[in-house]
Design a protein around this ligand. Structure first.
Ligand SMILES: [Zn+2]
Length: 161
């Protein structure tokens, strides 16, 4: 009987710690086992819980830091994902732009170089346009190869991460 009372008093002292989550697993089990048979301690624990709930509404640095850190990590992951998506778009757009600018810039140059030469054999626009079309296809193919290589490189990077 005396042992029982001792245990009851001991458990009562532990209740605040139990609510704070400051007990070790063995002590926690001891408290849980006692609560099953002791209504008084159960009520006491409930009071501590209410009190702790009130305290928890006040800013407590440690749990908040964990929550903030988790939220920050999630936000960062989302941002990285978005940046990667954005970066892919930028790369594709740059390649398209590169091909177009090259096409537009080289056309007068191409005509200048081939125009005089071709005019001697076959005056007219069509032949040089055909050659230019072939040249443009080559430029676009280069852009396509670059895009494929870049995509493969990024895939490998993703696999390693
Ligand atoms: Zn008790």
């Amino acid at each position: 009987m005396g042992r029982q009372v001792d245990s009851h008093e001991q458990i009562r002292e532990m209740l605040a710690l139990a609510v704070a989550g400051a007990l070790g697993p063995e002590e926690e089990q001891l408290v849980a086992r006692h609560l099953e048979i002791c209504a008084e301690c159960s009520d006491e624990l409930e009071r501590w819980r209410v009190l702790a709930g009130g305290l928890r509404r006040l800013p407590t640095p440690q749990p908040r830091a964990v929550v903030v850190e988790r939220a920050r990590a999630q936000a960062e992951a989302r941002l990285t994902e978005e940046m990667e998506h954005h970066w892919n778009q930028v790369v594709m757009l740059s390649l398209v732009l590169y091909a177009w600018i090259l096409t537009l810039l080289t056309w007068p140059l191409f005509r200048l170089i081939t125009g005089g030469l071709l005019a001697r054999f076959e005056p007219g626009f069509n032949h040089s346009w055909l050659l230019f079309a072939a040249f443009t296809s080559l430029v676009w193919a280069t852009g396509g190869v670059a895009a494929v290589l870049l995509g493969r490189h990024r895939q490998q990077e993703g696999r390693m991460a």
